[in-house]
Design a protein around this ligand. Structure first.
Ligand code: CA
Length: 259
């Protein structure tokens, strides 16, 4: 049975959540401070952590970062109010999902099952290589042409998601659902912002893409620079222009570096 670690300082909520999860068949460990929770996260090997963002000893985002430094355990944050900024900060710090208090046992159970499902996805391709890009899922590290990329957890998740699907177009809505885990959308600027940060770290721009190719009004496609169909790649003689490739009349073709 999956083990859930609850980190919550409010004894009423903590007890209620523990009881609800025990009734649903989970093994439960509970902590009332962030420090206690971090200790239990390392000694109890929970499958999921449910983390209250309002703890007396540490800021919730700090707890997420410290958890992330030692474990890939899925983290669901519980917030006292629907604060989009707080939720986005938590998700950016590495949380997997969130719940707004008060939440029911059924909702909590559904979120836990969802993150467990995602965590159980096949780990077959631990390392993905696309051109000079290398994405190591287990180490959560990426490199470009041998140089390590300094990515935030969200940037890594985004790059990994696109790299797994290299060559295919991924919509912003799909990214919101699968990477941001926001099935109701509404924050797709976040996708654009993270894509632009990722581009900068890959040393490219939307205007001069190498790996991250914008597909106008649809989404984005990750492709190696020398793959057919990637803008800037040598076209097969008489080959058709890749669909969705941005037309920039008057722009001269970029000179190829020899070798
Ligand atoms: Ca609290």
């Amino acid at each position: 049975m999956p083990k859930v670690l609850i980190i919550e300082d409010d004894p009423t909520i903590r007890t209620a959540v523990m009881r609800a999860l025990t009734d649903k068949g989970y093994a439960v460990a509970a902590a009332h401070t962030a420090m206690n929770g971090l200790q239990l996260a390392m000694s109890e090997y929970p499958d999921v952590v449910v983390l209250d963002l309002g703890l007396p000893d540490l800021d919730g985002r700090e707890v997420i970062r410290m958890l992330r430094a030692v474990s890939e355990v899925p983290v669901i944050v519980a917030t006292a109010r629907e604060s989009e900024a707080e939720i986005v900060r938590s998700l950016d710090a590495g949380a997997d999902d969130y719940l707004v208090k008060p939440f029911g046992a059924a909702q909590l159970d559904a979120r836990i099952r969802a993150v467990l499902r995602r965590a159980a996805e096949p780990q077959a391709e631990a390392v993905i290589e696309v051109g000079g890009l290398r994405v190591d899922r287990r180490a959560r590290q990426a490199s470009l042409d041998g140089a390590a990329l300094d990515l935030t957890p969200r940037e890594f998740d985004l790059l990994h998601y696109l790299a797994v699907r290299a060559g295919t177009v991924v919509t912003k809505q799909e990214l919101l659902v699968e990477v941001w885990q926001q099935p109701y959308g509404g924050a797709d600027k976040s996708v654009d912002v993270h894509l632009s940060w990722l581009r900068r770290k890959l040393g490219e721009t939307a205007q001069k893409p190498r790996y991250l190719h914008t597909v106008r009004r649809v989404g984005v496609r990750l492709a190696a620079p020398n793959e057919p169909g990637a803008p800037g790649a040598p076209q097969a003689p008489g080959g058709p222009q890749a669909p969705g490739a941005p037309g920039t009349p008057g722009a001269p073709p970029e000179p190829e570096a020899p070798g």
